[in-house]
Design a protein around this ligand. Structure first.
Ligand SMILES: Cc1ncc(COP(=O)(O)O)c(C=O)c1O
Length: 424
């Protein structure tokens, strides 16, 4: 089998930058994957890794969960795409709505980007207003409406507004600081043409940044008072923070919700849903257009149905286990860094965390940017060398899965010890 180095040289000639999504690149070239199972990935060079990149938060139940693969195989025998309705689409939508009661009606789509694009168009159609407000460092996908001061890969590369984006689109996307409800309030006092506020209830695309006490309640209150649609982008937090996402965790009811990632546990599926009166604006009955050849495809739907059933069944032990493992890892890393006198912050919640090399608390984009990126790069490199794969950027999050074992956690702590020594 060709090595990662050789494959990357080939890839560079035919795929721009050699990868199919920007955050997959790191110096000098990424490892090429041979296979993955449970908490692990194997590369073509004969090495294996404990995976905390977790397909950017997708694989809550780990790679290749047996029941999901078996349900997908059964569906494969019956056909891969019909572009005509199926019973399992209805089953899945009902199940999602039971988990997320704010999602009274739901459309299934393929990616998180499609879900947020539809959510914003719906908000504009419903309110007959034009502008949207997002928070600096939140990432909602790679389309023009939201690719303004976005987190994730865009922040990593330092792109504030992508070249090629329509100025007309970015001009209508206003940006405020995360955890600053006063800024949101005063912007809405000035701007009367705002259709929606879109937010990651826990910001997982700038490293990890938590909402301060009452921030989300304030956002809910301010949007309601100003007749602005509140979109919770739960592409990361949906099913990861609880079976009812961040909205159940924090007891807040948005008007529209977007889901993706853990919904399909590795299969491409996402959802957009919300109040019936808003969702009923969709075509053909309504005048807001949304469509896709692959939407509701039976392969992804059977995977999601299987995943959600498993997460619901495992719920009493799933979330406590994830939280316990995450707390253990975080407190060990914090103790190590403190003993080594490395200035640091670790933000964590549920099954997510990230370390920042700074003295100051990280609560928004400007404080996240204060982290020493050179130290983070070193941390990533040494972790990788020691068989721990986290996302290669400070502006991403470390994700645990149900498959991470006690032995994985022990090995991870020991690798962080080596990495922190190198960073010191
Ligand atoms: C919060 C959030 N919303 C939307 C998206 C876009 O999802 P996708 O990459 O499936 O288009 C992402 C992707 O990382 C995300 O983290």
């Amino acid at each position: 089998m060709a090595s990662s180095k050789d494959l990357f040289a080939r890839a560079k000639k035919i795929i721009p930058s050699g990868i199919n999504s920007p955050v997959r690149y790191y110096d000098p070239y990424p490892f090429f994957v041979k296979k993955a199972q449970g908490s692990k990935m194997w590369d073509v060079d004969g090495k294996n890794y404990i995976d905390y990149c977790n397909a950017y938060g997708t694989l809550l139940l780990g790679h290749g969960r047996k029941e999901i693969i078996s349900d997908v195989k059964k569906q494969l025998e019956k056909g891969t795409l019909y572009c005509a309705p199926t019973e399992i689409e209805v089953d899945l939508s009902e199940l999602i709505s039971r988990n997320f009661p704010s999602m009274e009606k739901i459309r299934l789509v393929n990616t998180g980007s499609e879900a947020t694009m539809t959510a914003i168009r719906l908000a504009r159609g419903f309110t007959k207003k034009k502008k949207i407000i997002k928070f600096e460092g939140c990432y909602h996908g790679a389309h023009d409406y939201v690719l303004v001061k976005a987190g994730s890969g865009a922040a990593h590369i330092g792109i504030s507004v992508s070249e090629g984006s329509l100025e007309e689109a970015s001009k209508n996307t206003l940006v405020v600081q995360y955890n600053n409800s006063k800024e949101l309030q005063s912007l809405l006092e000035k701007e009367k043409d705002v259709a929606a506020v879109i937010i990651e209830p826990v910001l997982a695309n700038m490293g990890l940044v938590l909402p301060e006490k009452n921030f989300l309640n304030e956002v809910r209150k301010i949007t309601s008072e100003n007749n602005v649609v509140l979109i919770f982008d739960e592409v990361v937090t949906g099913f990861r923070m609880s079976t009812g996402g961040a909205q159940k965790y924090f007891s807040i009811k948005p008007d529209i919700t977007t889901l993706g990632k853990a919904l399909g546990n590795g299969f491409p599926i996402a959802a957009v849903g919300g109040k019936s009166e808003i969702m009923d604006m969709l075509s053909p009955e309504g005048k807001v257009y949304q469509a896709s050849t692959y939407a509701g495809n039976p392969i992804s739907v059977s995977a999601a149905l299987s995943s959600v059933k498993i997460m619901n069944k495992l719920q009493p032990k799933l979330y406590p286990k994830l939280e316990k493992d995450c707390t253990k890892l975080v407190s060990a890393i914090h103790d190590l860094a403190s003993d080594m006198k490395i200035p640091h912050q670790i933000n964590s919640i549920s099954s997510m965390f990230q370390i920042f090399f700074t003295d100051d608390p990280v609560v928004d984009y400007s404080s996240a940017k204060k982290s020493d990126m050179i130290k983070f790069k070193k941390l990533f490199e040494v972790l990788l060398k020691n068989g721990i794969f986290i996302a290669p950027s400070q502006f991403e999050t470390v994700f645990l899965s149900y498959e991470h074992s006690k032995d994985d956690i022990r090995k991870t702590i020991s690798a962080y010890e080596k990495a922190l020594k190198a960073v010191k």
